[in-house]
Design a protein around this ligand. Structure first.
Ligand code: TTP
Length: 192
């Protein structure tokens, strides 16, 4: 029997990415407290947060596979989550200007019937062009930065800031599809 899939995320980007690969799923966002412990182990941090999101939702279901994810941007060992306000977005974008930074996304799968879980992370690197004051201002005025880690979306107008990337593009958008596919395979779900 095909197991049902539940995406424990409110992120529209993650929903679009699952649609892109033809997954049938329902969405049931978790509302966990995303407080981050002080750590430089960014990969394990996002993997842990992804698992917390999936576990928070799995208790509601008798069966099915729950998918959780968490994305952060890291520059000089500092975590950039979603900006709290416009001034925070401005600070993040000014810091990212002209620099390479990392994007970490953690992914977790939980089998609701057995509580069996796996969680992993993916890291990609992104190089921003030098941003002008007016580019930062206009970008903030577009409203795009506010619900995104690091205050930008590579899949939107944020693409205009991205000179180069190294790694999985989809990981930057919020879900590393190559890794997710391998994780789903290990749970007996084959997409192709
Ligand atoms: C860097 C980057 C992040 N993002 C988004 C992906 C995530 O939605 C968001 C990071 O916040 P998250 O806390 O990972 O996710 P979320 O709050 O949107 O959803 P949920 O907790 O319910 O799963 O930043 C982009 O859309 N594009 C980008 O280029």
């Amino acid at each position: 029997m095909l197991k049902s899939l539940i995406l424990a995320s409110a992120s529209p980007r993650r929903q679009e990415l699952l649609n892109q690969i033809g997954l049938k799923f329902i969405t049931d966002p978790s509302d966990i407290d995303e407080d981050m412990p002080a750590t430089a182990d960014f990969g394990n941090l996002v993997a842990e947060l992804a698992l917390r999101k999936a576990l928070a939702v799995s208790g509601k279901y008798e069966n099915g596979i729950i998918i959780g994810a968490d994305t952060i941007v890291v520059l000089d060992n500092e975590i950039f989550g979603k900006p709290a306000d416009r001034s925070c977005a401005r600070k993040m974008l000014s810091r990212l200007s002209g620099c390479w930074h990392s994007v970490f996304t953690g992914v977790a799968l939980v089998d609701a019937a057995t509580s069996h879980s796996i969680n992993q992370f993916e890291e990609s690197q992104v190089k921003f062009k030098n941003l002008t004051e007016s580019e930062i201002q206009n970008y903030i005025d577009s409203g795009e930065p506010m619900d995104k880690a690091g205050a930008y979306g590579i899949q939107g107008k944020g693409a205009l800031f991205v000179e180069k990337i190294c790694g999985d593009y989809y990981n930057i958008v919020g879900l590393p599809l190559f890794r997710l596919n391998n994780m789903l395979k290990s749970f007996g779900i084959n997409l192709l």
